[in-house]
Design a protein around this ligand. Structure first.
Ligand SMILES: [Cu+2]
Length: 394
């Protein structure tokens, strides 16, 4: 692929040099018009006019082809309360763009054909026309203003919500190269303070264990959300800019080191219901067909087959944050209220504070065991310097 790109660049550079030489030739004094084949004849202009039409046909055909071929790849129905409004804005914008470009492309190419150059014909000098300018400035201005106001209205509707309504649950999303962790606020529904400097051992998101609110916090690597209940995400990053992207919920927010950003939505479709959705079923079948074909090829090479795919919501990173950015994802499960509460009760016992205490106990026990060994002191020193240096890594 790189070789092919280099080849194209070289060809384009040669064409550019060839054209520059031709222009240089034309500017030389003493060239007689009759030996100059570089000036376009009527026939050349006619050919160019028809080529314009051919190009118009090409872009229309390619547009239709793309819509039919890749149209089904777009996301299915939204799984959040604000999703349909968001999709509406997207649909209106796309319909407008399609309509305007179909008309303007046709006009542009038709006029290029109609007014092809003819020998001896001079262009009309046309300085300005206030009426025309008013029309082509005000129409786009009005249309764009309507779109922008509608977008702003949607944005504020999504971003400004009543934190006390809908019995919200607070969850922290912690981004780092190249994985996600989610911290639940536990029974008090208040997240304890956290700082990158507190990261050590099982305290992987840097919870401040002296904070009373942190005592019941727990960290998971699979995000569970309750259906029909508001979820407030508090988003942090350990190292670089990431972006928390939950496409099925039409949600995205930057994760910025050194600050907490926020996004909130109400999930409306459980994972089980989404798996039964006709459009999703079709997609899953399609993906599995591709995987089966690939597995058959792999089997020939004696390699293991690919797993079959089942639908899951995903939290993805949508900022190119490093080499393994593509693989920075976390599974999201939307549960019914009952299932979610069951899951929450199971997880609540495994809090960060307990994990840290257990870890400390284990360490103390193992260092007692090792105290007979001579190498022990140096080993634990190495360990503590690594931890001390971790926060400085940016
Ligand atoms: Cu990332």
């Amino acid at each position: 692929m790189t070789g092919f790109l280099v080849l194209i660049v070289l060809v384009l550079i040669s064409v550019a040099i060839w054209q520059l030489v031709k222009i240089f030739d034309l500017t030389q004094i003493g060239v007689k018009p009759e030996d100059n084949l570089q000036i376009a004849t009527d026939n050349d202009n006619k050919v160019n006019g028809y080529l314009m039409f051919a190009f118009l046909g090409f872009i229309y055909v390619f547009m239709l082809f793309s819509m039919i071929k890749w149209g089904p790849v777009v996301l299915g129905k939204p799984a959040s309360l604000h999703g349909p409004e968001y999709d509406n804005l997207m649909t209106i914008s796309m319909v407008l763009i399609f309509t305007v470009q179909i008309i303007t492309q046709a006009l542009l190419h038709y006029f290029a054909f109609k007014y092809t150059g003819k020998q001896g014909q001079k262009a009309v000098y046309f300085a300005d026309n206030n009426k025309l300018e008013l029309i082509w400035s005000s129409i786009p201005a009005i249309v764009l203003a309507v779109l922008i106001f509608y977008g702003l209205y949607n944005w504020s509707d999504i971003m400004f919500f009543d934190e006390k309504k809908d019995d919200p649950i607070v969850i922290e999303l912690y981004a780092k190269q190249f994985s996600w962790e989610a911290r639940y606020s536990g029974k008090d529904n208040v997240l304890g303070k956290a700082n990158v400097r507190f990261i050590e051992g099982p305290n992987s998101v840097g919870v401040d264990l002296s904070d009373p609110n942190a005592q019941d916090d727990f960290v998971v690597s699979e995000l569970h959300l309750p259906k029909d209940r508001r979820v407030i995400f508090k988003i942090r990053s350990q190292d670089v800019l990431h972006s928390a992207f939950m496409p099925h919920f039409r949600a995205q927010m930057n994760c910025v080191p050194g600050m907490v950003t926020q996004f909130s939505f109400i999930p409306t479709v459980t994972t089980a219901d989404m798996r039964n959705d006709e459009a999703i079923k079709k997609k899953v079948d399609n993906i599995n067909k591709i995987r089966e074909a690939k597995s058959a090829l792999l089997a020939k090479e004696g390699k293991p087959a690919l797993d079959s795919y089942t639908f899951d919501y995903l939290l993805l990173c949508n900022k190119i944050c490093g080499a393994s950015h593509y693989n920075m994802q976390m599974k999201i499960v939307v549960d019914s209220k009952e299932d979610f509460n069951k899951w929450l009760a199971e997880k609540s016992s495994a809090t960060v504070a307990v994990a840290v205490k257990n870890d400390a106990k284990e360490k103390a026990a193992s260092s007692e065991e090792k105290s007979t060994s001579v190498k022990d002191s140096s080993a634990s020193k190495v360990d503590s310097t690594v931890v001390a240096e971790t926060p400085a890594v940016k």
